[in-house]
Design a protein around this ligand. Structure first.
Ligand code: NAD
Ligand code: MN
Length: 505
C-alpha cells in the first residue's frame, strides 16, 4: 500500500490551521472576524479555519479589482509578459504539487488519483492560457474602398467567479487563468465547503507577479456575498459553475445591469453502449464515467443505456466490477471511490435512491450509506446501480450528484438517440461503438456540449467544456473562453483623399 502520508510537504499543509482572504494583494482577516471551518469529508475531522468574507470585504475587493483594471498596468502589459506570469504561476504550483494534492484530498475527501489528476490539469490550464493568449487577437475585415476596419479584443473588466465544491482548484484554474490572461481582474468566491486550494492559488498568483487587486479570493456564503457580487454594479461579468437553480437565479439578477454571464450547470449525461462496442472497454469507461469523483461531477454519465443484444453480458461485467470498487482511505492509491462532500449531499443521494425503491426500480448493487473501516465518521455512499427504471422516474430525470447510475435497455439507434436527448440537460454524453460511421452519426444528433466516443475522459486543456439546454452556456477550458472574457471592438476608419459629406450639404 503506497500513500503520500509521510510526505514532508503534507506535514507543512497539516500545520497550517488558518487561511486569510486575499484582497488587494494582501492576506487579511474578515472585517467581522468571522470564520468558516472546513472539514475532511472522509473522516469528519476539522482541517482548517478560513476567514469568512463579509460584504464590507467584498466591497473592498471590488474597489481594488476596479482600480487594478481601470488604472492598473496588468492589462497594459505586453501579452508575452502576462503569458510569462501565467507560466510562473504554473511553475510555482508544480513546485507545491504534493501540498496542493494533499490539501485537495483533505478538503474534499476525494481520492489520491482524482486529486492528482485535477491538480495536474489546473497547472496545465495556466500553461495552456499562457500559450493561447499570445494568439488571441482581433482581425481585419473587408470593407469598401477607402475604408479600413479592424477589431480589438478588450478585456471585459471586473469578473466575479463563483466556484463549486466538487473540483475546487481545477474550477478556480478554469476561471482565473483565461480571465487574467486577457487582462481582467477577478474576485473568486470558492465554495464554503472547499476554500483552501483556491486561497493557495491566490497566494501563488501574487508570488508570481500578478499585481495587487487583479486576483482576489473571498470565501463566504453563496446566498450572501455570492449574491452581492452578482448584483453589484461595479462587476462587469459573472462566471458561475454550480447547480441549475442557482444559475437561473444568477442570470435573472445579472440582467439588471446586463452583466456578461457564463454558466456551467448541472447535467444528467447519457452513456450509450451499442451492440458493436468493445464491451470490456465500455464497462471500464462506464464505471469511470459515473463513479469518478464519487459521481459528484456535472458531466457524470449517470444514465446508462445498453443495447438489448449485449445487455446481459454488459450488466454482469459492470456489476462485477462495481462490486470491486474500493472505498476508504483517500490517500491509499488503491482506493477508487472517495467520500461524499457532506451530510446534506449524502442525505440527498440516499433520498434519491429511496425514491427509486418506492417507484418500483431495482437496486442491483449498493443503495446504502457506507461506513468504511476507520472512516465511520465520514460521509460515504456505496457505488449504486439501479435497473428496471423508466423515464418518468425521479432518479432518471434529476441530477443526483453521487455514485448512482440508472441502467436501461434500448432496441436500436433511433431509440438510443431519443432516450439520450429526453432530458432538460445537455452537458456530457458518451458513445461506445466500433463503427465509426455510427459513432459520428449519433454524435451529430446528441444535444450536448460534449460527446465522448470510446473515451472515458471529458476534457483536456484546449477542449471546450460546457452545456446545451439547461446545462448552461459558454465554454471553458478552450481558446473560445478568451472571447467570453473580452469585448470585440470594431474600429472603422476612412482614408479617402476627399472628405465624405453624406448629407450632401
Ligand atoms: P451551488 O449552486 O449550490 O453552489 C455553487 C457556488 O455558488 C458556491 O460557491 C455557492 O456558495 C454559490 N452560491 C450559492 N447560492 C448562490 C447565490 N444565490 N448567488 C450566488 N452564488 C451562490 O452548487 P454546488 O452544490 O456547490 O455544486 C454542485 C452543482 O454544481 C451540481 O448541480 C453540478 O452539476 C454543478 N456543477 C456544474 C459544473 C459544470 O461545469 N457544468 C461543474 C461542477 C459542478
Ligand atoms: Mn472541506
Amino acid at each position: 500500500m503506497t500513500t503520500i502520508r509521510d510526505n514532508d510537504i503534507e506535514q507543512e499543509a497539516m500545520k497550517r490551521s488558518f487561511y486569510h482572504l486575499i484582497v488587494n494583494g494582501e492576506k487579511i482577516k474578515s472585517s467581522t472576524g468571522e470564520t468558516i471551518k472546513t472539514y475532511n469529508p472522509a473522516t469528519g475531522e476539522l482541517v482548517a479555519e478560513v476567514a469568512k468574507a463579509s460584504k464590507e470585504d467584498v466591497e473592498k475587493a471590488i474597489a481594488s479589482a476596479r482600480d487594478a483594471f481601470d488604472n492598473g498596468k496588468w492589462k497594459m502589459y505586453p501579452v508575452g509578459r502576462r503569458a510569462q506570469v501565467l507560466n510562473k504561476i504554473a511553475a510555482i504550483m508544480r513546485s507545491r504539487f504534493n501540498e496542493l494534492v494533499e490539501l485537495e484530498i483533505l478538503d474534499t475527501g476525494k481520492t489520491f488519483h482524482a486529486a492528482q489528476g485535477q491538480v495536474s490539469q489546473a497547472i496545465e490550464d495556466f500553461e495552456f492560457y499562457a500559450g493561447a493568449i499570445v494568439g488571441h487577437r482581433g482581425v481585419v475585415n473587408n470593407v469598401p474602398g477607402q475604408f479600413h476596419n479592424y477589431t480589438e479584443k478588450e478585456p471585459v473588466g471586473v469578473c466575479a467567479q463563483i466556484i463549486p465544491w466538487n473540483y475546487p482548484l481545477m474550477m478556480a484554474a478554469w476561471k482565473v487563468a483565461p480571465a487574467i490572461a486577457v487582462g481582467c481582474s477577478v474576485i473568486v468566491k470558492p465554495a464554503s465547503l472547499t476554500p483552501l486550494t483556491a486561497i493557495i492559488l491566490g497566494e501563488i498568483c501574487l508570488e508570481a507577479g500578478v499585481p495587487a487587486g487583479v486576483v482576489n479570493i473571498l470565501p463566504g456564503s453563496g446566498s450572501d456575498i455570492g449574491n452581492f457580487l452578482v448584483e453589484h454594479p461595479q462587476v462587469d461579468k459573472v462566471a458561475f459553475t454550480g447547480s441549475t437553480p442557482i444559475g437561473k437565479d444568477i442570470m435573472g439578477k445579472a440582467s439588471q445591469s446586463l452583466k456578461r454571464v457564463t454558466l456551467e450547470l448541472g447535467g444528467k449525461s447519457p452513456n450509450l453502449v451499442f451492440e458493436d462496442a468493445d464491451i470490456d472497454a465500455a464497462v471500464d469507461g462506464s464505471l469511470f464515467g459515473i463513479f469518478y469523483n464519487s459521481g459528484q461531477s456535472c458531466e457524470a454519465r449517470s444514465r446508462l443505456y445498453v443495447h438489448e443484444d449485449i445487455y446481459d453480458e454488459f450488466l454482469n461485467k459492470f456489476v462485477e466490477k462495481t462490486k470491486k470498487l474500493q472505498l476508504g482511505n483517500p490517500f491509499d492509491k488503491g482506493t477508487h471511490v472517495g467520500a461524499i462532500i457532506d451530510q446534506v449531499q449524502l442525505d440527498t443521494i440516499d433520498s434519491y435512491v429511496q425514491s427509486a425503491r418506492k417507484e418500483g426500480a431495482e437496486i442491483l448493487v449498493g443503495g446504502n450509506i457506507s461506513k468504511p473501516n476507520g472512516y465511520e465518521n465520514g460521509f460515504w455512499y456505496e457505488p449504486t446501480i439501479i435497473a428496471n427504471v423508466n423515464h418518468d422516474m425521479t432518479v432518471v430525470k434529476e441530477e443526483i450528484f453521487g455514485p448512482v447510475v440508472v441502467l436501461m435497455k434500448f432496441k436500436n439507434e433511433k431509440e438510443a438517440i431519443r432516450l439520450a436527448n429526453d432530458t432538460e440537460f445537455g452537458l456530457g454524453s458518451a458513445i461506445w461503438s466500433k463503427d465509426g460511421a455510427r459513432a459520428t452519426r449519433v454524435a451529430n444528433q446528441i444535444q450536448a456540449g460534449i460527446v465522448m466516443v470510446n473515451c472515458p475522459f471529458s476534457a483536456f486543456p484546449g477542449t471546450p467544456f460546457g452545456g446545451y439546454k439547461q446545462s448552461g452556456f459558454g465554454r471553458e477550458l478552450c481558446i473560445e473562453t478568451l472571447d467570453l472574457y473580452t469585448e470585440t471592438k470594431s474600429i472603422l476608419s476612412y482614408y479617402g483623399s476627399r472628405p465624405l459629406n453624406p448629407f450632401g450639404l
